[in-house]
Design a protein around this ligand. Structure first.
Ligand SMILES: Nc1ncnc2c1ncn2[C@@H]1O[C@H](COP(=O)(O)OP(=O)(O)OP(=O)(O)O)[C@@H](O)[C@H]1O
Ligand SMILES: N[C@@H](CCO)C(=O)O
Length: 294
């Protein structure tokens, strides 16, 4: 086996009302450096010396994918590094799942297509909104109906992104528990109308309208806002300093603003001063998605 390096970007899902169906790849990366070895070695920021590497999330995903293809992983040395904070709404689980799928793909020579990886990743994650952009890059609108995934990569957006990462975690599972099990027809019609308009305005490059409509989400934001520290303050201050709109990133607690191109730093500086316990920064959209270097 030739050594290889897998890189997977973080992603910000939902973008307001694109709940479970829209996401954007951003420039924070999980990487795996993989070489063949005499004995298994797995180095990861989330493994201490007492932990068994076989319990590691990425190893388990890779082992399952190999098993699904009636094979086993060869003995490898894997070094994981990651810039993606866990359980903050930046798609860490989707990036880790894709890294595991690609580890099995490369190490076992499975010749998986991109659609196979999307299918496997979505089955594990439950929805494609983080998996698809982390795999393909850019802004992806996707939908899971039964087992079928349909998706579209939008043209590049001409915006700056500002993210606000608090130093607290929020597990997606907990953030899904506060959501209603169902919506009335009236509510669903209004919510999907808002979502349609966000997508249409992003595609048309009308970012003012996109920002306005993303803040009107009716699928998840209002139910989750109490779980997100400084939710109202971040939206209000970001708007004051020029953002088009600010929403919860994924299931939170990170928030993300869409701002006019070049205006990101003008929001970052004052917001970082107001939010000393946050990491506030301008992010770039990753247009590549998952990459493998031999
Ligand atoms: N690199 C990794 N190594 C091991 N486990 C990971 C890794 N990345 C994610 N996980 C697991 O996934 C969990 C976080 O997943 P969760 O879906 O709650 O949040 P997220 O994916 O970071 O955010 P969101 O889905 O809202 O964008 C972590 O607590 C951990 O159990
Ligand atoms: N669409 C998902 C993203 C996090 O996995 C949610 O908001 O729960």
């Amino acid at each position: 086996m030739r050594p290889f390096r897998i890189s997977v970007p973080a992603s910000s899902a939902n973008i307001g009302p694109g709940f479970d169906s829209m996401g954007l790849a951003v420039n924070l990366y999980l990487t795996l450096e993989v070489t063949e070895s005499e004995k298994w070695e797995f180095t990861s920021p989330s493994l201490s010396s007492n932990d068994n590497f076989q319990d590691h999330f990425i190893f388990q995903i890779a082992a399952k994918i190999a098993e699904r293809h009636q094979t086993t992983l060869p003995v490898c040395k894997v070094i994981e590094t990651s810039e993606i904070p866990l359980a903050r709404g930046l798609g860490s689980s989707a990036s880790a799942i894709l890294a595991g799928i690609e580890l099995a793909n490369q190490a076992c020579d499975l010749h998986l297509s991109s659609e196979d990886k999307l299918q496997y990743g979505t089955e594990i994650e439950g929805h494609p909104d983080n998996i698809a952009p982390a795999l393909f890059g850019g802004l992806i609108i996707s939908t899971l109906t039964g087992n079928e995934i349909n998706w579209l990569q939008a043209p590049a957006l001409d915006v700056d992104l500002v993210i606000y990462i608090p130093n607290t975690e929020l597990k997606t599972e907990a953030a899904r528990q506060v959501l209603p099990d169902s919506y009335t027809r009236e509510h669903a019609a209004a919510a999907s109308g808002i979502s349609n308009l966000v997508v249409a305005s992003l595609l048309a490059g009308d970012y003012e309208l996109a920002g306005k409509m993303m803040e009107k989400d009716m699928f998840h934001e209002s139910y989750r806002s109490a779980l997100i520290p400084n939710y109202d303050q971040i939206r209000k201050e970001a708007k004051f300093y020029g953002a088009y709109g600010t929403v919860i990133s994924g299931a939170g607690p990170t928030m993300i603003s869409f701002a006019p191109k070049g205006e990101g730093p003008a929001i970052t500086e004052p917001l970082q001063a107001i939010l000393p316990d946050y990491h506030v920064s301008v992010m770039k959209i990753d247009m590549q998605g998952l990459t493998v270097e031999q």
